[in-house]
Design a protein around this ligand. Sequence first.
Ligand code: FAD
Length: 116
Amino acid sequence: KPANDCPADVETLGRSTWTLLHSIAATYPKAPTWTEQNDLKSFMKLFSKLYPCWVCAEDFQQYIKKRDIRAASRDEFGNWLCEAHNEVNRKLGKPTFDCSKWEERWRTGWKDGRCD
Ligand code: FAD
């Protein structure tokens, strides 16, 4: 494993990026304004073009074309993002994540209190 102060490989970049994206979902309003919804969609579309892993970016752009970004509420975007992440998990042969638990993982912490 390379030291911490080396350029990010695809895995490190991916983990950090999912942390950012799911955290954006966690703090997204329950009832976003039209502007907030548009900002989020624009951000995700630009993100999918700029993501510095070109195969990843290409596939993610295709995914967004196939499954329109859903941003009408925190719940909607959180689930949309969870499904998008699961699509990448499947592609990489990783286990899929139970999307009914995305808020426990990324917003509230687990019900057993281990994040408190
Ligand atoms: P990650 O997949 O990074 O997940 C981090 C944590 O998120 C997990 O430990 C788990 O607690 C939680 N989690 C897992 N699944 C979900 C979910 N569905 N919803 C919510 N939380 C979840 N890598 C490639 O090799 N090829 C690619 O084409 C590729 N495309 C990518 C596209 C995007 C947009 C991003 C952000 C990353 C991509 N990656 C790709 C990186 C890849 O997804 C992983 O980040 C990397 O392989 C490290 O995986 P990991 O096992 O540490 O967990």
